[in-house]
Design a protein around this ligand. Structure first.
Ligand SMILES: *Cc1c(COP(=O)(O)O)cnc(C)c1O
Length: 398
């Protein structure tokens, strides 16, 4: 079969700038004590940037650990030859334990009932299973009560099939320094009691990206970084303490251009009517890729609710647009009409672009369909493509 060779054969792709990832990793590293480990979080397909390639990049840069949520995410990384230690954050069911052990994945214990099954499987497979205990300190999304953590730690440290390598907790509201501190104090109390019991657990961790930046006293000896490594500041903060470069862009080629008169209804349902004679363009991206979908948070207060309603009304009256736009050579171009399953229409006004010109699309990256091809670039040059069916193609840099 004659195959796809590089991005010239694509009309829609995600571009990942690996030089930016490298830059962010080095910034994070410089901000830490030299004895603090970094766990790079590559869950959810590396926050949409592609878990496998990112895991390779971080491993090459000397990351100490990788973190994912589920067994199949861990297996994907092992299948592609990544040997870096991998921590699975979410609890495993009994059936998943043997595969996790066989692939040398580190298991989080957030429920004491699973431990006997892990011991049984460890014994059967003649392995020493790496364990991190997750302590419940305030997030309440599953974790061991401090009491249970101490009892389990005692049990595990005596078991020849288990290696108690780490202990951690996760913050519920990182921006709230009081709450975060309460969680930190609870966690430290557990650590002190373990010390009193002469149990030494090598890795202790609590920080995500936000806590890493704002609470250096919580770094302990490992931090778990996601958002920040990808080049975004967490929770809406702007430039703080370190310099970050965004690694992620969604790009599309203009695949058709046509001119219409004033008053022409555009797209399904004819919802949008042109206000003047104008040029339109077609892109091969639609709602099935995530375009036009925004995660809606449920209003949490009367103020939130009023804002929510005001936006809905303004949008109905067309004074406020919830719609995405695209960027063509620095200019914002609106998407008009109803977004199709796999296409959308943009309105240029009086600019006349060419078919094949490339636009950048503003979109909520966490909901972007992961089947969109990923193009990896280094120092401005593409070197690898992940195709729609998840294969990796090396691109010859000429
Ligand atoms: C996702 C996740 C992180 C990373 O959070 P960021 O805010 O993206 O840095 C850290 N720890 C756990 C347990 C996570 O699930």
């Amino acid at each position: 079969m004659n195959e796809l060779k590089d991005q010239k054969d694509l009309s829609l792709w995600i571009e990942i700038d690996v030089s930016a990832l490298e830059h962010n990793f080095k910034q994070a590293k410089n901000f830490l004590n030299s004895n603090t480990n970094i766990l790079a979080v590559v869950k959810a397909d590396g926050y949409g940037a592609g878990a496998v390639e990112l895991a390779k990049v971080f491993s090459k840069l000397g990351v100490n650990y990788l973190g994912v949520d589920t067994l199949d995410e861990g297996l994907e990384l092992r299948r592609y030859g990544i040997n870096t230690p991998i921590l699975l954050f979410l609890p495993l069911t009994n059936e998943e334990i043997s595969l996790a052990i066989l692939n040398n994945l580190t298991i989080t214990i957030s429920n004491k009932n699973i431990i006997n099954k892990i011991i049984e499987e460890g014994k059967r497979l003649r392995s020493k299973v790496k364990i991190h205990l997750k302590v419940e300190t305030g997030l309440n999304n599953s974790g061991l009560k401090p009491e249970e953590a101490i009892t389990l730690a005692n049990e595990i440290s005596k078991c020849p099939y288990l290696e108690l390598e780490g202990i951690y907790t996760h913050l519920s509201s990182p921006k709230d320094s009081n709450r975060s501190n309460e969680q930190f104090i609870k966690f430290k109390k557990v650590l002190e009691r373990l010390k009193d019991n002469n149990i030494d657990i090598p890795l202790k961790h609590i920080c995500n990206s936000y806590a890493f930046l704002f609470y250096p006293e919580m770094h302990l000896n490992m931090v778990r970084l996601g958002t920040l490594l990808y080049g975004q500041f967490p929770l809406g903060i702007k430039n703080y303490k370190i310099d970050l470069k965004d690694c992620w862009k969604l790009k599309a080629k203009i695949i058709n251009i046509w001119k219409v008169e004033k008053g022409t209804p555009i797209g399904y349902g004819g919802e949008y009517i042109t206000k003047k004679s104008t040029y339109l363009g077609l892109l091969s991206i639609g709602y099935s890729h995530g375009l036009g979908l925004t995660p809606i948070a449920r209003p949490k207060s009367i103020k939130d609710l009023s804002k929510f309603i005001a936006k809905a009304i303004l949008s109905y009256l067309k004074f406020y647009s919830l719609e995405e736009s695209v960027i063509l050579e620095g200019r914002k171009i609106p998407i008009v009409g109803r977004i199709g399953m796999q296409y959308s229409i943009i309105e240029f006004g009086d600019i006349i672009p060419k078919i094949g010109d490339i636009v950048e699309i503003n979109i909520h990256r966490s909901i972007v369909n992961s089947r969109i091809p990923h193009l990896y670039i280094y120092n401005g040059k593409p070197y690898k493509l992940r195709t729609i069916d998840g294969r990796y193609i090396d691109i010859n840099i000429s």
